[in-house]
Write a protein that binds this ligand. Structure first.
Ligand SMILES: Nc1ncnc2c1ncn2[C@@H]1O[C@H](COP(=O)(O)OP(=O)(O)OP(=O)(O)O)[C@@H](O)[C@H]1O
Ligand SMILES: Cc1ncc(COP(=O)(O)O)c(N)n1
Length: 274
């Protein structure tokens, strides 16, 4: 007689960087997958020394190590949805794009990590070109923030109308659905996102959460969308559910460190303490 229970469970894969501070990157993605009862797997692209004050060092993994991780997961465990985050350099981006071309994922959310919320460019121009030309066109959804959307569209973004114009411009270039995130806007537009799939626009609105602790919101949103897709949701409902999750996580953000703390991924477990 056995008392063990084995079950099947959807699987999601994150291809992203490690954040030693635990707020963004692989750490945020795996926590988000677990929250959604999706088995999280990972291919680490780089290791950042990072805390709530910023990044002090980044070490890239060899391209072969990144691809070997993806192959190990794909060939044995299987992946219902994948997401990419910080891919760092041109060779990693090109190799991941080729891998996705050779072995397409059923669902692929590309968070085109290029510019931090503060506007600092994180990857060089060659890397941006490869991301735009080789990886983004293969995505189910691309999720740029305000600054990334400015780079991809060539348009200045200061309002929701600017976001709509940028979404249309990016769609013309890459031909995949776009969600432009409004965390970097100011006033009432902060936290409003714009979606465009080539036919219709939707405005995703929640109340702005007044917290300085917003580290990891972008990773968390993309990972939550991937988790919902792994669970079988259609794309737009997956985005709506993920937006609700990131808002709740922001409402339970963690005041850690001396700078920008992370969102509270496991907020239901914190509720008994409030
Ligand atoms: N203060 C806020 N209140 C409500 N929603 C927010 C707030 N800040 C960000 N969001 C939401 O969080 C999600 C991530 O958006 P954001 O623009 O912060 O992405 P990002 O710049 O990639 O994130 P990161 O800060 O992790 O780099 C979006 O749905 C955005 O609307
Ligand atoms: C390893 C890593 N990946 C991504 C981000 C951006 O995170 P976010 O945009 O969610 O703050 C980060 N700070 N570190």
């Amino acid at each position: 007689m056995t008392n063990s229970i084995s079950r099947s469970i959807p699987v999601a894969l994150t291809i992203a960087g490690s954040d030693s501070g635990g707020g963004a990157g692989i750490q945020a993605d795996l926590r988000t997958f677990a929250f959604h009862c999706v088995h999280g797997t990972s291919a680490i692209t780089c290791v950042t020394a990072q805390n709530t004050l910023g990044v002090t060092r980044v070490d890239a993994l060899p391209v072969e190590a990144v691809i070997a991780q993806i192959e190990a997961v794909r060939s044995d465990i299987g992946v219902q949805a994948a997401k990419t985050g910080m891919l760092l350099n041109p060779s990693i981006i090109a190799a991941v794009a080729q891998q996705v071309k050779d072995y397409p994922f059923a669902n692929l959310v590309v968070d085109p990590v290029m510019v931090s919320r503060t506007g600092a460019q994180l990857i060089d121009d060659e890397a941006i070109a490869i991301l735009r030309e080789q990886l983004i066109p293969q995505a189910t959804l691309v999720t740029p923030n305000r600054y990334e959307a400015q780079i991809l569209s060539g348009l200045l973004i200061q309002s929701l109308d600017d976001m709509r114009a940028a979404a249309q411009r990016i769609y013309q270039q890459v031909g995949v659905p776009i969600l432009i995130k409004g965390g970097g806007l100011s006033g009432a537009a902060r936290g409003v996102d714009i979606w465009f799939d080539g036919k219709r626009y939707e405005t995703l609105k929640t109340t702005t959460v007044e917290t300085p602790h917003t580290h990891g919101t972008g990773c968390t949103l993309a990972a939550a969308i991937a988790a919902q897709l792994a669970l079988g949701q259609d794309l737009f409902p997956a985005i709506q559910l993920a937006k609700t999750y990131v808002t709740q996580a922001l409402q339970h953000a963690l005041a850690l460190g001396q700078g920008t703390g992370p969102v509270g991924h496991f907020f239901p477990l914190l509720l008994h303490e409030e």
